[in-house]
Structures are given as structure tokens and as C-alpha cells.
Design a protein around this ligand. Structure first.
Ligand SMILES: [Zn+2]
Length: 239
């Protein structure tokens, strides 16, 4: 069950007070997609990932906190163009504004995350071309973030495996296979190895479809790691 509350929040940039919805608790049932999108019943809470100030347009996970980078970014033409452009106050528009602030902060991992969230909203709208374009942008950002991460850290293997899925779903099959092959030479968690083998097979087939973590172990590749099924969702659960 998802529990929400309404709170009054003062914007850290302009001081405007607005009503925002806060997530108190939720339960996750089912298997996430391979890019770690939550299962369908939990997707509605995605809109709570960011708050938006209705006065100055500042978007952040918590708008009560703001810094000089946020202020400078909100004042840029690019940010204001996103705000008053066709995307306006859509969820995709808010995620892309949050991504822009993260990019100005040089937090490319967060920028990639927010851009991927925008792609998910395009999925929901049935806009495949836009979803593919934003996925491709997200892949570029996540790829650049990976370059700054410790190659031996566990989180790096998880992030790189997620990137393989984002690349495949963006239709960048050569890069998908190349990165998967590179990762498969390393001593990874068996669940990640199974996911990468699955991803490589789908990329070889030119398949951009969405698959869940459970499907990696339930399909023709189920024999790869059937005993790892129980740990799959846990290993791939969103941070
Ligand atoms: Zn504001």
C-alpha cells in the first residue's frame, strides 16, 4: 500500500510556498524492468521523484534545498525554454529540467537517471520515437558518469549492466553488444552475467522491447541461471 501526505514547502530559490505531495511509504510487488523501472503498480509514485515550484519553475527532489548551481541553471535560456516550451509542466518536462540542473552540477549519473525517467513517461504516452531519443541521451550521460566511477566497485557493474539495457532499448545494438562482451569478461555477480547474456542475445536479434528481470530467468535463457531467480530482483532493485 502506498501512503502519501500533503505538505507545504517553501522554495529554496524564490521563497514561494506551495503544496507538494510526499511519499510516506510504499511496497513493491513484482519484477522491475531491466532498466530498473519499477513494476506497473508502483509506477505512479515516479511523479513524486521531483517537486516543482509553481512560481519560479525550480525542479528538484526537494525544492526547499537550493544552491548557486540551481539558481544559475534556472536562470538560463535553456531551462526557461524547457519550462515554457511544449513540454511545459508535464512530468517529462520536469524530469528534463531536473536533469539540466544535475548536468550543470556535473552530476551526470543523476542527469542520466532523470533523462531515463523522461523516457519512461514517453513509453507511457506510446511515443516510441521520443522514448528512444531520451533513452539515447540517458545512455550518453550514464556512460560518461561510468567513466568517473571505480571500475572495481560493485555499483559500477550494476550501473554498466543497466546501461546495456538502456543502449539496447535505444536501438544502439553494436554498443550494447560491445559493452556486454566487455563486461562478460569480468568476474561479475552471476545474476548480472545472466542479464548480460540475455541482453546480448536480444541485441543480436535487433530487439528493443522491454523485459523484466524475471523474464531473464523464465524464457529460453531460463536454464542459464534458474537458481539465481530468487536473488535477481534483489540484486537489481533500484537504489
Ligand atoms: Zn521557486
Amino acid at each position: 500500500m502506498t501512503r502519501l501526505s500533503q505538505v507545504k514547502v517553501t522554495c529554496g530559490l524564490c521563497g514561494h510556498r506551495s503544496r507538494q505531495t510526499r511519499l510516506l511509504s510504499t511496497c513493491v510487488f513484482g519484477s522491475p524492468d531491466l532498466d530498473l523501472r519499477p513494476p506497473p503498480r508502483q509506477r505512479s509514485i515516479l511523479r513524486l521523484s521531483v517537486q516543482a515550484c509553481p512560481s519560479c519553475g525550480y525542479v528538484a527532489p526537494a525544492i526547499k534545498r537550493a544552491d548557486a548551481v540551481a539558481r544559475e541553471t534556472v536562470e538560463t535560456d535553456a531551462y526557461q525554454a524547457l519550462r515554457v516550451g511544449p513540454l511545459g509542466e508535464t512530468l517529462a518536462g520536469r524530469f528534463l529540467r531536473a536533469a539540466l540542473i544535475a548536468r550543470h552540477r556535473d552530476d551526470l549519473g543523476q542527469a542520466g537517471e532523470m533523462t531515463l525517467y523522461a523516457a519512461w513517461t514517453a513509453d507511457d504516452d506510446g511515443d516510441d520515437d521520443q522514448a528512444r531519443a531520451w533513452r539515447s541521451d540517458a545512455a550518453d550521460l550514464i556512460g560518461r558518469a561510468l567513466e568517473t566511477m571505480d571500475p572495481d566497485a560493485e555499483v559500477t557493474g550494476h550501473t554498466a549492466t543497466r546501461l546495456v539495457d538502456v543502449l539496447r532499448r535505444a536501438g544502439r545494438f553494436d554498443e550494447t553488444k560491445s559493452l556486454a562482451d566487455h563486461l562478460l569478461t569480468r568476474d561479475l555477480d552471476p545474476v548480472l552475467t545472466a542479464v548480460l547474456t540475455f541482453e546480448r542475445h536480444k541485441a543480436e536479434a535487433g530487439d528493443t522491447a522491454c523485459y523484466t528481470v524475471d523474464q531473464v530467468f523464465a524464457g529460453p535463457h531460463g536454464s542459464v541461471m534458474p537458481e539465481a531467480n530468487e536473488g535477481a530482483a534483489q540484486a537489481a532493485s533500484p537504489p
